[in-house]
Design a protein around this ligand. Structure first.
Ligand SMILES: [Zn+2]
Length: 50
């Protein structure tokens, strides 16, 4: 298994895939985010017209 490194699209934090566990989130548009930023943007999307 190959270790793949990505970078959070929002904050630039390095994201690794270790043993099949990716410590971030990949969106449908191929953008990768760390959990902190994903939590932030996902909250944003859940309240589009607040
Ligand atoms: Zn981030």
């Amino acid at each position: 298994m190959q270790e793949k490194v990505n970078v959070c699209h929002s904050c630039g934090k390095k994201l690794f895939c270790l043993g099949g566990f990716f410590n971030g989130v990949i969106l449908e548009n191929k953008q990768t985010y760390c959990f902190d930023c994903y939590d932030y943007i996902s909250k944003d999307e859940k309240n589009p017209q607040n």
